[in-house]
Each structure stands twice: as C-alpha cells, then as structure tokens.
Design a protein around this ligand. Structure first.
Ligand SMILES: [Zn+2]
Ligand SMILES: [Zn+2]
Length: 508
C-alpha cells in the first residue's frame, strides 16, 4: 500500500463514546508513481481541502458545532524525502504520536508544530497544565549569592541559599524572606558560603547538597563545636531524585569547592539546567561531563563570573607545574595562602611539594577537611609526607581532634625539620610571628593562591602586611575556579537551550 499510494489528509481528535478520544480523518490517496507531478513547488503533496471545508460532513451527532474546539492536524507527504509530515496540535502530544502512527500504519513520520494548529481547546487546556518555571531572586549582576526559585504546579524549590559575601552576620530582607517562605526543598550546588551559607538556618524543609560536600560541612561544624543539622541531606552524582513532581539529576563538575554539581531539573516535559559554579580547566575531564549532559534543554541558567574578564584560566595541572618550579628554585620555607576548602588546589600544592622534595603541612582545620574529602586526598597519617599542626594551643575537643592525627608537629619541630610547604590561612598571623622567632623567615616564599578580591578583606591585608614585615617574598599563583568565556560558550552550544540566563556575574 505504502509504496503504491501516497495518503494525505486532515484529522481531528474527538471525544469518543467510550470516554477516550477517536481520530476523525478525511483523506485522499494519490498514485505514488505520479507523486512528483502532484507535489507543490516545495516538494510537498497536501490535502486539497481545509478543516472548514470538511467539518460539516465529518462531524457526528453530539460533536460541537465549532471545528476549532477539537485538537486537529494535517498530514502531508514530502516527496523529496519520501516521508510523511504530520502537523498536529501540541495537545495531541507530539512526543507520543502512537495514535496517529497506528492509524496510518506507518513508522517513519516527522511530527511538526505549527502556530496554525493550536486550537482554542488546546489553549484552554494548556492554561490549566502546570509548567516548569524559574525566577531569579538574586544573582544577576553580582558575584555569587544566587537565589533561584524553580516551581512546577504545587512544587516549589529554592536553588542555593547563600550568604551575601559582604553582608556580615546580618541577614538582608530578601534572605529573611526566603527563610520564612514555604518551600518543598532547598537544593544547593556546592558548599561555598555564597551558595550554602544559610542552609543551616532553613530547618522547615530538607536541604540537599552533594554527599562529599555534606561531609565537608560536617567537618566544619565539628571543628566549630556544632553538629550538622539533620535536615541537611545528601544527593549523589548521576542519581536522580524527586521533590514533588520535579526530577533533579546532579552532575559532578569541577570547581574550586570540593564536590560541586550542575543540577538538571525536569518536569512536564521541560528541563532547566543550572550550572552552579564550574570550570572546564580543572583536573576533571570536561568532555566526559559534556557527554553526560543532555544535548538539549529548555533553559540554561549558567554562572558567568568570567564573562568579559581576562582572568587567567590555565589548568590546575599547569598550576602544579609552575608551583613545582617555584618551590624547587628556593631552599627557603614555602607558605601557601589558599582556601582550606579548595581541595583541588591542596592537591596541586601537595604534588608540587613532593616534586620539589618537601614535606607538606596542613593546619588542624585543613587536615580535617582533607580527611572528610576522602582517602585519595593528601592528609596526615594516610600520606607519609603530610603532617598536621595547630597555629595556636588547642584545648578540649580540638585537642582530641589533633591527637587523632599521629603525624603532627609543633613549632620547634617545624623550625628544625625538613624543608616544607605549609598551607596557611589569614587567621595565622600570630603563628607566623612565633615561627619567625624560632627560625629565620627572611626570604621565605609566600604564594598567594586565591581570588584577588580577597586582598581587600581586612584579615587578608593584615596577614600579607605581617608576612612582608617578616621578610617573606610574595608571589601570586592562582587560576580561576570559574569557567572561561570560551568554555561558557562551549557548554551553551552543547545544550542548545531555548533560553539562556546568566547569574553570578560581575556588575557591568
Ligand atoms: Zn559562587
Ligand atoms: Zn563556588
């Protein structure tokens, strides 16, 4: 049949007596042999009559008088590609065209949408159907502090719940409002304070974060004498979970915080991909991540920290090379000022230390975070060239924590011991001074390995001043934890989103 005749037609989906719906079709067959002559200038054979022409003859008793009332469509034949094209109302569910395929006994069809085929009935139904929506409450034109609502029908999520970076302890009006608001869940992408800083205070719903990031938060809380609140729950890489009718799939990505994720939200046939903070120039393979991400999403909400900036985005491996060269070029002590939770950087600095024949010191807090991050992360006891220390005398619980580590050194041991690389933090000004009393720090190397914006913070300024007074030589060695402009474009092209929104950007 199919080879001998070309069938084209128009159709309606009309409520059937059994309660479902039936297709009412008007069609015409043409000999396949003369299809070419019958085709119009664009190579298509159309049914020669309109829905208006055919309705009166087609409708049954009890059908509405108005032919627009029912979802409808048109079946054409594309001579050039030898296939049918079916234009149909969206209400006929283009993703599930079994009804039509069964009816026409054909396999190879291409379904198309057309503004013309949206009936009044469809409009009415669509208004009632929920759709997946997003609202950016905060995060445009500022670095970090994203607050995004994602809703579908009755389900309402808050994505990210961070603290304003310059807000101090006080909550802003918006922060107070989202803490009061009723959500089904909060989902955060990673543990940085501008993304997760307030989740401990949102106790009226579950707050989800990656399992590894949760361990980091737990270690931070333990160090500060608190316990992680029980409403903070973990998700895992590639394992979808549901909140109400919204499906959420986390994808592990590379960023300067351990265990960071991109989050895919899906409901009602729509999808939103939110990138959180990410970069493609870290140690994780970006091709592998792209291959796992969908190749089409409706909305892409992407971070844009490095849009319009010329920040260095060389790889973490290249940074390790440069660090190893710097450390090897001196026989003086080496200090690295970096964020304790930047575990990737810790790995780079450890590897560079090893390559230059130095042992590695982590203060108690950093050692606890490295411990929480996992077995393969350089940490005292497990790695034979890593030692713990405390910048000041510790008592109580912290003393117990320190004594859990077998490999640790005090001031005198550090001063007399092997050449080292030591991770330091801005709060260690006093420690540096005391160490300088035991050993000469003149000409020692201080590597600044953080975002340059932290230089404006009071404690960082004071630390750098102290280091200079003690004769340390400062060098900057840092690469961004955020995607370069090029990589943002690469992701955008891969997911070919219909709508593109950037957050986490510099004010312009
Ligand atoms: Zn951020
Ligand atoms: Zn971040």
């Amino acid at each position: 049949m199919e080879k001998l005749f070309v069938r084209v037609g128009i159709f309606w989906a009309v409520p059937s007596r059994e309660g479902g719906r039936e297709l009412r079709v008007c069609q015409k067959s043409y000999p396949f042999s003369s299809a070419k002559q019958l085709a119009d200038p664009v190579g298509v054979i159309d049914y020669p009559f309109s829905h208006y022409d055919e309705w009166e003859d087609t409708r049954h008793k009890g059908d509405s008088e108005d032919r627009y009332f029912y979802p409808r469509g048109r079946i054409l034949y594309d001579v050039e590609h030898s296939r049918r094209r079916i234009f149909a109302d969206e209400y006929l569910r283009l993703d599930d065209p079994d009804e039509l395929v069964d009816f026409y006994d054909i396999e190879d069809v291409e379904l198309c949408r057309d503004e013309h085929y949206v009936s009044t009935f469809t409009h009415r139904r669509r208004a009632e159907r929920p759709s997946l929506k997003h609202t950016i409450l905060r995060g445009r034109e500022r670095i970090g502090e994203n607050l995004i609502e994602i809703t579908y029908g009755e389900t309402k999520l808050l994505v990210e719940l961070g603290k304003a970076l310059d807000g101090g302890e006080e909550l802003s009006e918006l922060e107070e409002a989202v803490l009061r608001e009723k959500y089904d869940a909060v989902v955060v992408s990673h543990s940085h304070a501008d993304h997760a800083g307030l989740i401990g205070q949102k106790r009226d719903c579950p707050c989800y974060i990656g399992a590894g990031a949760r361990r980091i938060l737990q270690a931070m809380d333990e160090y500060n004498g608190r316990t992680l609140p029980r409403h903070i729950l973990a998700y895992r890489d590639g394992r979808p979970f549901h909140v109400g009718k919204i499906k959420i799939t986390p994808f592990l990505c590379d960023h300067s915080a351990f265990d960071s994720y991109m989050l895919l939200f899906e409901a009602g046939g729509k999808s939103i991909l939110y990138t959180g903070d990410f970069r493609f120039h870290g140690r994780k393979n970006s091709d592998a991540l792209l291959a796992r991400l969908p190749s089409r999403v409706d909305v892409l909400i992407s971070e844009g920290t490095n849009l319009g900036s010329d920040k260095p985005c060389f790889s973490e491996r290249a940074l390790e090379e440069r660090a190893a060269a710097l450390f090897s070029a001196t026989d003086r002590p080496v200090f690295v000022l970096q964020s304790a939770s930047n575990i990737d950087r810790l790995v780079s600095m450890y590897r560079a230390a090893k390559r230059s024949g130095r042992i590695f010191y982590e203060d108690l807090y950093t050692a606890l975070l490295a411990n929480a991050a996992g077995e393969r992360i350089p940490r005292p006891d497990v790695f034979d060239d890593v030692y713990a220390f405390t910048p000041r005398r510790v008592q109580g619980k912290r003393r117990d924590m320190l004594f859990e580590f077998k490999k640790k050194r005090g001031l005198a041991g550090i001063a007399k011991g092997r050449p080292f690389v030591m991770l330091v933090r801005p709060s260690m000004r006093g420690f540096l001074r005391r160490l300088a009393e035991k050993t000469n720090l003149e000409g020692a190397l201080l590597v600044y390995s953080m975002w340059s914006g932290y230089r404006e913070h009071e404690d960082v300024k004071e630390f750098l001043d102290e280091a200079q007074r003690l004769g340390l030589v400062e060098r900057t060695l840092h690469t961004s934890g955020h995607a370069s402009e090029q990589d943002l474009a690469r992701l955008k092209e891969h997911v070919s989103a219909s709508e593109y929104v950037t957050v986490h950007t510099q004010p312009h």
